[in-house]
Design a protein around this ligand. Structure first.
Ligand code: 13P
Length: 335
């Protein structure tokens, strides 16, 4: 059965010309990014950084929702306003990453399983009270053609859990984002990327159906189809646009409320150009937009460098990337 309130949240999240900001880096991922720039990584500097992002001028014109991490959804601005409240006041929807991260899948070298279903309902209740209206769950699949990865076992194990997550989230009245990421690391071809994503999406939608998930209240977050970052033949935006839209059209039922893209280690310019290419590659039955972390934040965090005097220039940098992606979701390249 379809749920009108889930549909309405999903529709607001997908509204043109906006996109979603992924600001749900775990403390471990945040530390890697801060360390690379010699920025001290503490609860307070992470708070200052996320505050910088979400208080950017014109943020709400281009961002429909922000995905937070458990620490971040509990944080406040300098004047004590909850981050969630600040977003709500600007009609931006707070969301929350609820998976517990990746751990090795025993007996399957090089493969992982996502943890986090235990106690999920109770956590959702708490996040719902804090204002979160949507959630995210990520699984990751490495391609290794020689080792025949990903294996069917890893695919089924991860997507079973992902489908159960989606059902639990909908029963709590929130919109699930399902993110089965096919990793960009490696030297695989664009064809291998497409074949893997195609298989992963086929299994995902079979399982979502089996768990009776309402697709009209669900958002897919996906990687793009492109050659691995160490491949000799790198993919052009035109190739990425066509290959990505072909696979999505074949595998994603038209009832799905929307599709958002992760950037996955592409450079900011590459992610924007590829998004524009997907958006202009042909008819799409679902709205599509961006939900980047690195590809919108990389320039901004470097400009900020942990210093209060750099906040305004970092915000300019962030917004120029976000505005470029807003054009890209409409098929236009501006930067
Ligand atoms: P990237 O855009 O950096 O891939 O991050 C998106 C995301 O949400 C990863 O889970």
């Amino acid at each position: 059965m379809s749920n009108p309130s889930l549909q309405s949240i999903a529709k607001q999240l997908m509204a043109s010309p906006k996109g979603l900001l992924a600001a749900d880096e775990s403390n471990k991922s945040a530390k890697k990014r801060f360390d690379a720039l010699n920025i001290p990584c503490t609860e307070e500097t992470r708070r200052q950084y996320r505050q910088m992002l979400i208080t950017s001028p014109k943020f709400a014109q281009y961002i429909s929702g922000v995905i937070f991490y458990d620490e971040t959804i509990r944080q406040t601005t300098d004047d004590g306003t909850a981050f969630t409240k600040l977003l709500e006041n600007n009609l931006v929807i707070p969301g929350i990453k609820v998976d517990g991260g990746l751990v090795d899948l025993p007996n399957f070298a090089g493969e992982t399983i996502t943890e986090g279903l235990d106690g999920l309902s109770a956590r959702l209740d708490e996040y719902n009270k804090m204002g979160a209206r949507f959630t995210k769950w990520r699984s990751a699949f490495s391609i290794d053609e020689a080792a025949r990865l990903p294996t069917p076992t890893a695919i089924h194990a991860n997507l079973n859990v992902m489908a159960r997550y989606a059902a639990i989230v909908q029963s709590a009245g929130m919109v699930p984002i399902v993110e089965p990421e096919v990793l960009f690391d490696g030297n695989h071809s664009i064809k291998a990327s497409g074949d893997t994503l195609s298989l992963v999406l086929r299994v995902l939608f079979e399982l979502l159906l089996a768990y009776r998930v309402d697709l009209t209240g669900l958002i897919l977050k996906t990687s793009m189809v492109l050659a691995g970052k160490d491949a000799t033949n790198q993919s052009t935006p035109q190739e990425v646009g066509q290959a990505t839209l072909d696979i999505l059209s074949k595998r994603v039922p038209k009832d799905v409320a929307g599709i958002v893209f992760l950037s996955g280690g592409q450079s900011p310019e590459q992610a924007t150009a590829n998004l524009a290419a997907v958006a202009s590659a042909g008819q799409q039955p679902w709205p599509i937009t961006f939900s980047f972390s690195r590809a919108v934040q990389d320039g901004a965090i470097a400009k900020w460098a942990g210093k209060a005097e750099n906040v305004a220039s970092a915000q300019d940098q962030l917004m120029s990337r976000i505005v470029a992606n807003s054009s890209a979701r409409q098929g236009n390249i501006t930067a």
